[in-house]
Write a protein that binds this ligand. Sequence first.
Ligand code: GUN
Length: 287
Amino acid sequence: MSAEIIDGKALAATFRGQIADEVNQFKTQTNVVPHLTAVLVGDDPASAVYVRNKQRSCEKAGIQSTLQRLPAETSEAELISIVESLNTDSGVHGILVQLPLPKQINETAILDVVNPLKDVDAFHPENVGLIVQGRPRYLPCTPYGIQQMILSTKMETAGKHAVILGRSEIVGKPMAMLLIQRGQGADATVTICHSRTQNLNEIVKTADIIIAAIGKPEFVTADMVKPGAVVIDVGINRVNDRLVGDVDFEGVKKVASAITPVPGGVGPMTIAMLLKNTLTAAGIQSG
Ligand code: GUN
């Protein structure tokens, strides 16, 4: 058996097309241009690439995009003051502070001051709380994109065992919340595994859905995967100038029923969902 390859690039292109149409309609109805401001602190090359991709996608979808680039030595107080001025700028609907931040800045302290209505990453505790309670305002872009990819496979998720590798605030934890919700593409039984999990391989072997988000190159191998499982690879690791995921793609695709590639899998979907959240943010603030 060879798995269906879930083409994130193609799926994201479809979403971006739909969002561009919705942005157009929104502009006609409201005379408002949705506007995302990204804040990039320091000169991490990977972050610079991610932010550039986000900006380019915004522009293609008719969303205004601004970048605030700050030096690596920016202090926490300076960054808070910049976020606060974006909070009160009625021309900015979405604020994205690219992570990771330099060491001298406490990420939580920054994410806590982003106006929750402009928090298109859904990292603010108010937005996290709303997700946990099953009444989300925004969904975090990567789990949101993964949910759409799972829906695209038309697989039955109700009662299925989803195993998430990684307990991050950005992917692992919110992904678990989305998968245990009631409804389509959800209703799963969820296990989160992490660096202290015992018998991790045995647990993963029982998964109908595997979400790998631990940042370890090709960690999930074919012998850990139940035949027919759906495998979502969130990892982006650079190994000898090659990009690989957290899943051994060549091995696992022979066992899984569906699998996402790296690159061209989850990454493009994350950006598409950011556009969607920015349009939602503009709607909330113009309503
Ligand atoms: N760094 C890695 N992923 C993300 C993301 O989804 N949002 C932000 N703001 N920073 C990130």
